[in-house]
Every structure is written in C-alpha cells, then in structure tokens.
Design a protein around this ligand. Structure first.
Ligand code: PHE
Ligand code: FE
Length: 289
C-alpha cells in the first residue's frame, strides 16, 4: 500500500516485471523457521475467541499450523481450489499499481523475508508472517476473497481519479484493522491485528480506542496511524455486508468526498454507531506499546 516510501521504483534485480520472485523455500534457515514458530505459538494463545471464525477456519483449511514458514506451493494447492486465489512472493512492498493488478487477478503478493528474532512485536515492513499468517487465511472465505479482488479493481480506478488516499483508508480499516460483530461479541478479521499479539488484545479489551460502526464514506474520510495501535476500529456487521456496501459504484462517493474534510482519528460523530467510546488514554500517554 502507499503508506511507506518505496525503496525501488522498478523491479529490483532478480524480480520479474510484475515484481514477483521465487519464494526459494529451501533456503530458509532453521532460525527463520523458528521465528515463524515462535510468532505462530504466541498468536495461537490469543486468537481463539478473539479472531473471527473465517480466519480460524482458513488456518485449518491451509494447515497453517506449526511447522515453520510455509511453502507457498503447498498453500496454493489448497487455496486455489477453495477460492481461486494464490500467494506470490515479492521482495517487499510493491508500487500501488502492481499491488492492485495482483489483487484484481486474485494473486496476493507476500513478502518473502521473515523478521529478525528480536522483532517479534513490531516491524514496519510486512514480512512473510504478517502477509501469510495475517492475510491469507481470510482469502479462503469466498466472500472476503471477492472483496479483495474487487478492491484491486477499485484501486486502479481510484488511482486514475486521484482518490487513492481515500481508498487506502478503506483497506486500512477493513483488510488490516477490521473488527466484526458476531453473536458472541466483537471479533478480529484484520490482518494487521491477527499478526500482532499485543494489538489482538488491545483492539478488543483496552478502554482506549473508539470502536465504531463501519460506514463507507466515514471510513474513507478518517485519518489513520501506521506506527502504533489504532485509536479507532470500525466494526462491520458481516463480511457479506462489507462486500455489498463496497460493490456499489464509488463514483458518487468520490464526488462527495471531494467536498468534505478529513476526520481526525479520535473523532466521534453524532451519526456514528458507537460500540465503545474510548478514553484515548493510551494515545494520550504517548503510545508506542
Ligand atoms: N465499488 C468500487 C468502485 O466502484 C470498487 C471497490 C470494491 C473498492 C470493493 C473497494 C472494495 O470503485
Ligand atoms: Fe498487510
């Protein structure tokens, strides 16, 4: 996504024109596999009862348990049968247009590298654990699978209309940091949360953040922060509702957005459906974990 400075403007040496590289699974070291296992085990202590059913089911369907960094070829055999998606390896963040083109073709670009053992809690650039453990289980869900493809198609359009900043907020507050309402309570489906132990707990249990009902235009107006826990989470009623809400044509939405101001992160509007009005104590104390 366009949130970070890209190191490369063109595919780096060894990458194809679409920025993909071989995963080179055989080359991962024991230490690297162990980093995955440590991250995996931490998450499995916190996710049951916090992550949504679709995510937990995806982990099972792809057999993403234990064993170290998964071989993308093995994942793809199962994933392609389920929803037609595949995972492709890339060196790191890719330009927006390349990213959108992959999504529009049901390919999820995943970082090939894994973080260092002293970066279990936080890394700025998405690695294979964030991308595969965080994102790929949800791609087993047929509705979410359609949403991600539609997002890729919508990305190219937003780019040509100069509305990428607004569309990126939709991605941020759904794909990365989305919560869902279920009969059992709020559940996580966002990849940025399910790949983080501390935020998996914070997003549901801490009194600090606002938890507000998802509203498309409202979300597209809302600023976000990339380097700390979120100050607001948006709650969708269901994946079906998210897909339905975003399948309509954004032309009119974009027109209206051009005449409105961006909203500061901590804003609560009279029109918001408020699940939790946060204290914002975490952010007020300076944040950063
Ligand atoms: N419906 C959007 C448009 O008309 C495309 C889109 C779909 C964007 C789903 C995001 C998610 O541009
Ligand atoms: Fe991500």
């Amino acid at each position: 996504m366009g949130d970070f400075a890209h190191v490369f403007e063109t595919p780096p040496p060894g990458a194809a024109a679409d920025w993909t590289i071989p995963q080179n699974w055989e080359a991962y070291t024991e230490v690297e596999h162990q980093t995955w296992v440590s991250l995996y085990e931490r998450q499995m202590k916190v996710l049951p009862g916090r992550a949504c059913d679709a995510f937990m089911k995806g982990l099972d369907q792809l057999d993403l348990h234990g064993q170290g960094i998964p071989d993308f070829a093995r994942i793809n055999e199962a994933l392609e049968k389920l929803t037609g998606w595949t995972v492709v390896a890339v060196p790191g963040l890719v330009p927006d247009d390349v990213f959108f083109d992959h999504l529009a073709n049901r390919r999820f670009p995943a970082g090939q590298f894994i973080r260092l053992p002293d970066q279990l809690d936080y890394i700025q650039e998405p690695d294979v654990f964030h991308d595969v453990f965080g994102h790929v289980p949800m791609l087993c869900d047929p509705v979410f699978a359609d949403y991600m493809q539609a997002y890729g198609q919508g990305g190219a359009r937003a780019q040509s209309l100069g509305m990428l900043k607004n569309l990126a907020r939709l991605y941020w507050y759904t794909v990365e940091f989305g919560l869902m309402e279920t009969p059992e309570g709020l559940r996580i489906y966002g990849a940025g949360i399910v790949s983080s132990k501390t935020e998996s707990i914070f997003c549901l249990e801490d009194p600090s953040p606002n938890r507000l009902g998802f509203d498309l235009e409202r979300v597209m107006r809302t600023l976000y922060r990339i380097d700390d826990f979120q100050q607001v989470y948006f709650v969708i009623p269901s994946l079906e509702a998210l897909l339905e809400e975003t399948t309509r044509d954004f032309g009119g939405v974009y027109e209206r957005l051009k005449g409105t101001e961006d909203l500061p992160i901590e804003t609560v509007l009279p029109t918001d459906k408020v699940y939790t009005r946060g204290t914002q104590a975490y952010a007020a104390a300076g944040g950063r974990f």
